[in-house]
Design a protein. Structure first.
Ligand SMILES: [Zn+2]
Length: 423
């Protein structure tokens, strides 16, 4: 890998246009990155010279930002056999992700200034930029500095969850005016269905719909800026649409598995039981509704919910699957579903970049002067996902065996180039 220190890195090639107003979806550009600051110095016309000259089959994107990752590491290291910041970062680079937001459901969760700062030190081992979520529990209070918050409605690790809407409302009253992301599954509805036959039936669409309705209602009352994590149902989508029509500012994300798999097609995967996840895979109609919303620009972010476990744990039926390694190749599948380059720039870089830029001291998600010199280059050259090539410690992928039309050729993190060299 080229990691020599350079005063300047110059890249020329075709940049994915970020507005739909631009008639061309790719524009030839010369990008100069300052080797010392790692920031973009200038963006302009091509000269035909540079350190990296990329031809027709390559497309340059602002570095992808994944705002939903479970890197698993905390001071206890009790979950580091699943993943840690270093391995998550390597998987991210492999998939073209140059910044990630890490979830707080650790053994020792970041819930106050001290625990958050301690975890931030640990996260420095990550080779990509990291922003940490702070957790909200029944007894937590906001930190003294700006951070994004995550609320789990329904069971999670430790006591970072709420068993009723009332306790959630009491806690959120202390978080007035802040940005909060919700894992939206109503504890009441989950409780009602706890004895149903299958995982998907125990966590029905109604659990998501009810939780989104509740979360948005509470958020409106306390001027909280709500973000809905891993939206999975048409019903939930409709509730978000209605809130937006009323003028509420609600953002949402969708995970690759809810766009690609559903209860009907999951048996096409060699180990369908590994696809257990919360919220669960849904019906084909839900999946199609999410894809249509994505196409229409209603989904703010593609966020993976990268949730690594050991193979033994997946075998035993835990929920969650890894995605960082395949982030870039998966975008070719989305393009094949009619999703435009500009929509991908928006959902994979610009909007998640805006999310992290509010809290980090650097600007992410655009190829413009002053933004971080982090870029992802996709190449039209088919790749088949195989276990042996993955960098996540969990060692498997829900896409293994799948051939995507293209791959990540280079991931550039703050001016440092990581070419991808497999087969
Ligand atoms: Zn998650």
């Amino acid at each position: 890998m080229i990691t020599k220190a350079m005063n300047q890195l110059v890249i020329e090639g075709f940049v994915a246009a970020h507005t739909t107003h631009d008639e061309r979806d790719r524009v030839p550009r010369r990008i100069e990155i300052d080797g010392k600051t790692g920031l973009i110095q200038s963006v302009g016309e091509t000269h035909g010279t540079g350190d990296l000259l990329l031809g027709e089959r390559f497309t340059i994107f602002p570095g992808f930002v994944d705002i939903h990752v479970h890197a698993r590491e905390d001071a206890t290291s009790s979950q580091s056999y699943k993943e840690d910041f270093r391995s998550a970062g390597q998987a991210a680079i492999h998939g073209g992700v140059t910044a990630l937001v890490d979830m707080p459901n650790n053994q020792q969760p970041p819930i106050d200034d001290a625990s958050y700062s301690e975890k931030r030190e640990i996260a420095r081992a990550c080779p990509v930029d990291v922003l940490l979520y702070a957790g909200i529990g029944p007894r937590t209070r906001p930190l003294s500095f700006p951070v994004p918050y995550k609320a789990y409605m329904g069971p999670s690790v430790g006591d970072l969850f709420f068993d009723s809407e009332e306790t959630l409302r009491e806690a959120l009253a202390r978080y007035r005016g802040l940005q909060i992301s919700f894992h939206a599954e109503s504890p009441e509805v989950l409780h009602q269905h706890q004895h149903a036959a299958t995982h998907a039936e125990r966590r029905p669409p109604a659990a998501e719909a009810r939780a989104i309705e509740t979360a948005l209602g509470i958020a409106e009352g306390f001027q909280i800026e709500p973000h809905v994590c891993h939206l999975s149902t048409a019903e939930g989508l409709e509730i978000i649409r209605r809130a937006r029509k009323r003028g509420a500012h609600v953002t949402c994300e969708v995970a690759p598995h809810h766009l690609y798999y559903d209860l009907d097609n999951m048996s096409g995967f060699s180990q369908p039981s590994y696809l257990q996840v919360n919220p669960p895979l849904r019906s084909r109609l839900d999946r199609i509704a999410l894809l249509e919303a994505f196409r229409a620009g209603e989904i703010d972010c593609l966020a993976t919910d990268h949730a690594p476990h050991s193979l033994e744990e997946n075998e035993a039926g835990v929920s969650g699957m890894p995605h960082l390694d395949t982030y870039g190749p998966f975008l070719f599948w989305l393009m094949d579903q009619g999703i435009s380059l500009s929509t991908l720039v928006s959902a994979c870089a610009e909007r998640p970049g805006k999310f992290v830029s509010r809290y980090l001291s650097s600007r992410h998600g655009k190829i413009e002067k002053g933004f971080v010199g982090s870029l992802t280059v996709l190449e039209e050259r088919p790749i088949t996902v195989r276990r042996g090539t993955l960098r996540t410690r969990s060692g498997w992928s829900p896409f293994e065996g799948v051939t995507f039309r293209g791959r990540v050729s280079h991931t550039i993190v703050r001016g440092r180039v990581y070419p991808q060299v497999e087969d």
